[in-house]
Design a protein around this ligand. Structure first.
Ligand code: SAH
Ligand code: SF4
Length: 347
């Protein structure tokens, strides 16, 4: 969907058309303008020709139906990946397709990623280009249409797919604003989370936005030497530099910040690493999310016992800890496994 073309076409239409079209795209969730019966036939035809709603994709569903991965093919032929994760409420016996599930879409902000973290498949695949706001929106629309068939909705959007969101700040925020629009998709700002390696400029800008978007920082190490080894961007922005900006963000916004820490066997999961991390994070509104490492070739995941011990050390220091397991690893749809190559399919 090309928003610029869409706006151009609507310029010659009466002003109420824009609202009508927003409702058609974001609430009715149609994939062909000919279904938009409220619009005049001529306009429907023009829109279908110049601004089609169809999304080119290939999708795979995990055996337990909890994860769906879609490869979306963009106008220029580039392919990006996006993932739907369906969380069932713990206390219920519902299936992943029931209405009361939380449906989180993990979106890509770039095709590839220029930052090259050594544990991440996207990082190893290189960088193609930034995504346009409409290409980000499309990833969510794709799953919203799919969920509509089960009378379900997208409830959360996390920027944890391919790419570094703060290297594409304007388009990421642009997409969030489109999806947040009350007359359109109407997804509340608190339902969006941005995960970043900690680009200071992006964090500062986000603290000035009126929207209450969640922020997550990929730390993954408590000492610069190790972090620089696994995340080259640390040579540019040290741990101290990143956390100083995050602390300013917390003071300004009074919002909690998630610290992401992927547990890699023998690399960053020792007791000493946990103690160092606890010292770093003591003061402010932080909570730590320990992520199970999804093997991408280079490393092994920490054992359950190691993660448990690491968690205990943090908790003893008064830090709240949550855990994220391997969602979708069976279809290579888990964090860090997105590399958008067709040959991945059928694995
Ligand atoms: N570029 C951003 C957002 C995309 S990555 C960032 O790095 O934060 C989303 C999360 O997945 C990050 O915390 C990232 O470090 C993590 N990740 C990358 N590769 C992973 C892997 N193989 N297993 C588990 N998590 C991984
Ligand atoms: Fe890029 Fe994030 Fe992967 Fe690092 S972890 S290479 S920043 S997508």
């Amino acid at each position: 969907m090309n928003i610029t073309k869409l706006k151009d076409i609507l310029k010659k239409e009466p002003p109420y058309r824009l609202k009508q079209v927003e409702k058609i795209i974001f609430q009715d969730l149609i994939n062909d303008w000919s279904q938009a019966k409220v619009l005049p036939v001529g306009l429907r035809e023009e829109l279908n020709k110049k601004c089609p709603l169809k999304i080119d994709f290939q999708a795979s569903v995990s055996k337990d139906e909890k994860t769906v991965k879609a490869l979306i093919i963009l106008e220029d032929g580039l392919k990006i990946e996006t993932v739907l994760m369906r969380h069932q409420p713990r206390d219920k016996t519902s299936t992943p397709r029931d209405k009361d599930c939380r449906n989180t879409v993990c979106v890509s902000s770039q095709a590839g990623c220029p930052l090259g973290c050594s544990f991440c498949a996207t990082g190893k695949s290189g960088f193609k280009r930034n995504l346009k706001a409409s290409e980000i929106v499309e990833q969510i629309l794709f799953f919203a249409r799919l969920l509509k068939k089960d009378s379900s909705k997208v409830t959360n959007v996390v920027f944890m797919g391919m790419g570094e969101p703060f290297l594409n700040y304007d388009n990421v925020l642009g997409a969030i604003k489109v999806l947040n629009n009350k007359d359109g998709f109407n997804l509340g700002a608190r339902h969006f989370s941005i995960s970043t390696v900690g680009i200071p400029e992006g964090i500062k800008k986000l603290s000035g936005e009126k929207l209450q978007i969640n922020l997550a920082i990929s730390l993954h190490a408590s000492k610069d030497e190790l972090r620089s080894k696994i995340m080259p961007i640390n040579k540019k922005y040290s741990i101290k530099e990143v956390l100083t900006v995050v602390e300013e963000y917390i003071k300004k916004t009074k919002r909690r910040v998630m610290i992401e820490y992927v547990m890699i066997d023998g690399v960053n999961d020792s007791d000493e690493c946990a103690k160092d991390l606890a010292r770093l994070l003591k003061k402010l509104l932080y909570f730590v999310n320990l992520i199970s490492y999804n093997p991408t070739g280079a490393f092994r995941a920490s054992s359950r016992e190691r993660i448990k011990k690491f968690k205990e050390i943090l908790e003893k220091s008064g830090i709240t800890v949550t855990e994220r397991y391997r969602f979708g690893s069976g279809i290579k749809a888990a964090c860090g496994q997105l590399i958008a190559r067709e040959k991945q399919y059928g694995n």
